[in-house]
Design a protein around this ligand. Structure first.
Ligand SMILES: [Zn+2]
Ligand SMILES: [Zn+2]
Length: 354
């Protein structure tokens, strides 16, 4: 039976999100049906709602930081059972044939992953749906291969944002080999940045936060940062030149890029995680002078996402969250646009009106 689902959806780029009802597909043999408990609010949600990328289909239910409990499983599902605590992140399927998929990096699937919301849905999101719909909703049905296990020691609410903010920062830290002795800088202490600080510190790195003001210094230190730099402080920036092995850049403002490259040591890499539609003003000189690199990184594969969740459980790490009721979502978006959130909004899905 299809699953009647309550949600909050955007119906147009200039309209607030409003209550919305639809049906999830009848769970198939490989599917896991999940009652959603919490959904994190990611900046990408806002981009899609506002049609910033120009390809949004309405109505759209955003949300790709999903935590909940299994309510049913298909006959082929062996790894999950009713009552299990599970999560769903930014993708719900991929081609499974291409090289990245074979290597467990489904996020780089060549024909393209099926995103949790807003993607053409080969399996049909519901009776009248042709595109996937996300986690600001009471239920979701997902192929077992794209369901994550949330360890018992992690609270479900603070674990939800790990499914995007956590893996987006964990993956580049692992890719660039961060460990004891690494010097890592994190630009911007927001939803992504605060997770980068916690994860890098737990991996043993010496972490520095670069921010535009002193406002979040105490928070940064509490999260494990050893140093705090104001990026407009020319003297401090000069003193920090040639210091870092890795810079995790979580902000979308492009003008700071070249100045920040000087902070990299030889062979250092700056990884861009923020979605920006502008070009990056990168000059060759600071790159070739110390063999520096500018790179990008997109979430992480399913295997690595599970590894990240287990790492967080082992190290007692989760997101700093502000809980909201579903009808506060539009207010939360307005605050998020002003970076006024410490550090992730999470929707209490149990409060969705019946
Ligand atoms: Zn996200
Ligand atoms: Zn693929």
């Amino acid at each position: 039976m299809p699953i009647a689902t309550r949600a909050f959806a955007a119906t147009a780029s200039d309209k607030p999100l409003t209550p919305y009802s639809f049906e999830r597909r009848d769970p198939g043999p490989d599917d896991v049906a999940i009652q959603i408990k919490y959904a994190g609010v990611c900046h990408s949600d806002l981009h899609i709602v506002k049609n910033d990328l120009g390809n949004t289909t309405y109505p759209i239910v955003p949300g790709h930081e999903i935590a909940g409990v299994v309510t049913a499983v298909g006959q082929n599902v062996t790894r999950f059972k009713v009552g299990d605590r599970v999560g769903v992140g930014c993708m719900v399927d991929s081609c499974r044939q291409c090289k990245p998929c074979q290597e467990g990096e489904e996020q780089y699937c060549v024909p393209g992953m099926t995103q949790t919301y807003g993607s053409p849905d080969p399996k049909g999101a519901g009776v009248d749906q042709k595109i996937t719909q996300g986690g600001y909703s009471s239920a979701i049905v997902v192929d077992q291969d794209f369901v994550l296990r949330i360890p018992d020691s992690l609270p479900l609410d603070a674990a939800a944002p790990l499914l995007c903010a956590g893996i987006t920062t964990y993956s580049p830290l692992k890719t660039w080999g961060v460990g004891p002795g690494s010097k890592v800088a994190v630009v911007g202490l927001g939803g992504l940045g605060h997770m980068a600080v916690k994860l890098a510190a737990a991996m043993g790195a010496e972490v520095t936060v670069l921010s535009t003001s002193n406002r979040k210094r105490a928070d940064a230190e509490r999260m494990g940062a050893r140093h705090f730099l104001i990026n407009s402080d020319k003297e401090a920036m000069k003193a920090a030149a040639e210091t870092f092995d890795l810079i995790i850049n979580t902000v979308s403002a492009t003008h700071e890029i070249s100045g920040h490259l000087q902070l990299l040591a030889k062979d250092g890499t700056m990884v861009m995680l923020g979605l920006t539609t502008e070009g990056l003003p990168v000059f060759a000189m600071p790159l070739l002078w110390r063999r520096r690199r500018v790179a990008g990184s997109l979430i992480g594969g399913i295997r690595e996402t599970q590894e990240m969740l287990d790492f967080c459980a082992e190290h007692g790490i989760a997101c700093d969250i502000e809980m909201i009721a579903p009808e506060q979502i539009n207010e939360a978006y307005a605050r998020m646009e002003k970076s006024d959130v410490r550090y992730r909004f999470v929707i209490d899905i149990d409060k969705l009106a019946a």
